[in-house]
Design a protein around this ligand. Sequence first.
Ligand code: HEC
Length: 221
Amino acid sequence: MNRRLLGPAPQWLKRGRLAHIGLLAATTLVSYGCGPNAPNSQSGAAVSGAAVLARPEWPSSFAIGHDATPAQIAALDIDFGPDGAGAPPGSGSVAEGKVVYDTKCVGCHGLTGQEGPNDRLVGREPRDGFPFGESRGIRKTIGNYWPYATTIFDYVTRAMPMTSPGSLTPDEVYAVAAYILFLNEIIPEDAVMNAETLPAVVMPARDRFVPDDRVGGPEVR
Ligand code: HEC
């Protein structure tokens, strides 16, 4: 192993922002003479410790990766906003959602969404007020805390079931969202969720949150 590759990061690297970490990682390789366009080294040999402290001149290309294709971007562009923007086609009923839930969710979230062992998905108590700030012991659930029903779709599509995230079809996610909303006494048993009806569900905690549309200034004020 080259000791320099494992040594402490140079100062200019430490100043970099997290978002640029991939870029910086690539730059590190290049600046240590490992990349195809090693900027500090005419010969391509490893550079001295003093030389790596200077910010390298970045090449126009690091000769790694490629532009994302439209299909790759589409595969990641799956957010489903509270206003319904980005909702995929499809639909699912409460009854269909029970089948999905009992097959793919019950083992971790319990028979009725309350038993666990993992996060509790169902529960409307306390129905009065919003005392989560004062009483830290109250379990937050979709029924008592989530302001938008669309978040169920967005989150489940990305993250659940935890053992195989991304495996559910839009129909299955609409259906399991319907079932969870029904168990939370938010929609009736004959409801069907789709691109129009899911964003239209008014959650009990809807007015407990405001969109953070602040622009500029420090993040915490
Ligand atoms: C293997 C266990 C497992 C399975 C199966 C599973 N989940 Fe989860 N689920 C978790 C865990 C663990 C968390 C907490 C994740 C975290 O906090 O990062 C979670 C969190 C959630 C949440 C967010 C709860 C909250 O209030 O933050 C939702 C919604 C959810 N799961 C839905 C589902 C649905 C729907 C299914 C079935 C399609 C499912 N889960 C299957 C383990 C599982």
